[in-house]
Design a protein around this ligand. Structure first.
Ligand SMILES: [Zn+2]
Length: 190
């Protein structure tokens, strides 16, 4: 999805702003009808060329985010272009280094895959870190960011409602909060 609508939330925010600016205890005006604002999703590119045998899983993980949220769109980088996210396969534990919201490096570590953890869940989880989500461990399988704490049998690759809305907020433009909860410049293992 490339566009989304900002209607009710925007109208409410404007009404609050108006009442704050008025400086006196007057009733907030009834929200005027606000035209639908079509806001383009922020495109974040990823380069999975270094993800070896996990490339399909990485593409699926990215597609799951695209199905789940409107504010950001993960797209494979065009050849010759520098990607926002590099995805690499290696022999360590899966981890992510977020350099800034929407930018960083993801490692799909074979150590976890060899233990039986699901490669699509790993991919979506690590991409979730780059989209500003911290780990939420321990947690249930319904949570994507519970990571390995949900157990090796957990194959759920989808963010839950709270995780989706957090990412929408992270990329939601000027009315949303501007800082993700994920630490920047720190390697998050798992
Ligand atoms: Zn994690």
């Amino acid at each position: 999805m490339h566009v989304r609508k900002l209607t009710g939330g925007l109208a409410a925010a404007l009404a609050v702003t108006f009442s704050l600016l008025s400086g006196q205890a007057v009733a907030a005006p009834a929200p005027a009808p606000v035209a639908d604002h079509l806001v383009a999703a922020r495109v974040v590119t990823y380069d999975a060329s270094g993800s070896a045998e996990f490339r399909t899983a990485v593409d699926r993980g990215a597609a799951i985010w695209n199905e789940s949220v409107d504010a950001v769109e993960l797209q494979p980088v065009a050849s010759g272009q520098r990607a926002n996210i590099r995805v690499l396969a290696d022999n360590g534990w899966p981890r992510a280094l977020t350099t800034s919201l929407g930018n960083g490096t993801v490692y799909i570590g074979r150590q976890a895959v060899d233990q039986g953890y699901n490669t699509i869940r790993i991919s979506a989880h690590e991409l979730g870190h780059i989209l500003g989500l911290p780990d939420r461990k321990p947690g249930p399988c319904t949570s994507l960011m519970s990571g390995s704490s949900a157990g090796v049998a957990c194959t759920n690759p989808y963010p839950n409602a709270a995780e989706k809305s957090e990412v929408e907020g992270n990329f939601g433009g000027e009315l949303a909060r501007t800082a993700g909860a994920v630490p920047v410049g720190v390697m998050i293992v798992d």
